[in-house]
Design a protein around this ligand. Structure first.
Ligand code: KIV
Length: 269
């Protein structure tokens, strides 16, 4: 009998929604972490364009390039055995034309070895989603706070806070579903809005700061582990304080080297 865990696919996620089993998702950017997260049983690994802020040290997700996303995606895909690997399409890789979107999403699968792509936006991107799906590329939508549009909105405030915005989100989610998206990330919206959007569509919603009623949850892994400490959105639950642990470990190492206690006899040949 094979010890290979059964692969998570877009069909698995649909079945999980139907069976009311919550979906777990986390971001990953490299092979090492992809393996750890996959082994721990996470259902979806998103190679997020948050790589720009948490790995590249940039202020927003806007500057990360298609080549860089493909690179990170390939590292993650080779580290994941069970989880569904989703590659984030970066800013300007799908907004200029549907042909561009198809070419870039195709690269994410062909070179980045992703099994699906994610893009930000609603009704206005439904034709793009439809074209990608027609070409055999599974698409995850992303609504609510859409960080690639930060310069247009000017703030990271929660979205969907009034009736009009909430209705727009429902319309966007329905348009994405109709276009063939297999799941929708819902970022930073009130919990009742998360519930309303989730009830309005048949595809799974995966929330980040969208309350407990979505079909799944996603967090940025360095946030959850306390590795990224520049700022902490209210929706983050930190399960560890690894930045602190790393600081302590490295200080101990430096001290041991400086005092001549490392390497010891057991660590020498
Ligand atoms: O890039 C990212 O990490 C994301 C998640 C916040 C959903 O899009």
């Amino acid at each position: 009998m094979s010890d290979k865990p059964s692969k998570v696919t877009t069909a698995t996620l649909r079945a999980m929604k139907a069976q009311q089993r919550r979906i777990t998702a986390l971001t990953a950017y490299d092979h090492l972490f992809a393996g750890l997260l996959d082994e721990a049983g996470v259902d979806v690994l998103l190679v997020g364009d948050s790589v720009a802020t948490v790995v590249q040290g940039r202020d927003t997700t806007v500057p990360v390039t298609m080549d860089q996303m493909v690179y990170h995606c390939e590292l993650v895909a080779r580290g994941a055995r069970r989880a569904l690997v989703v590659g984030d399409l970066p800013f300007l890789s799908y907004q200029v034309s549907i042909e561009d979107a198809l070419r870039n999403a195709g690269r994410m699968l062909k070179e980045g070895l992703a099994e699906a792509v994610k893009l930000e936006g609603g009704v206005e991107f439904a034709p793009t989603v439809q074209r990608l799906v027609q070409a055999g590329i599974p698409v995850m939508g992303h609504l609510g706070l859409t960080p690639q549009s930060i310069h247009q909105f000017g703030s990271y405030r929660a979205r969907g806070q009034d009736d009009a915005e909430r209705q727009r989100l429902i319309d966007d989610a329905r348009a994405l579903e109709q276009a063939g998206a297999f799941a929708i990330v819902l970022e930073k919206v009130p919990a009742d809005c998360g519930r309303a959007v989730t009830a309005a569509v048949g595809v799974p919603t995966i929330g980040i700061g969208a309350g407990p009623h979505t079909d799944g949850q996603i967090l940025v892994t360095p946030d959850l582990l306390g590795l990224f400490t520049k700022f902490r959105p209210r929706f983050v639950r930190r399960y560890r304080e690894l930045a602190k642990d790393i600081g302590e470990a490295v200080r101990s190492y430096c001290q041991d080297v400086q005092q001549g206690t490392f390497p010891g006899p057991d660590e020498s040949y």
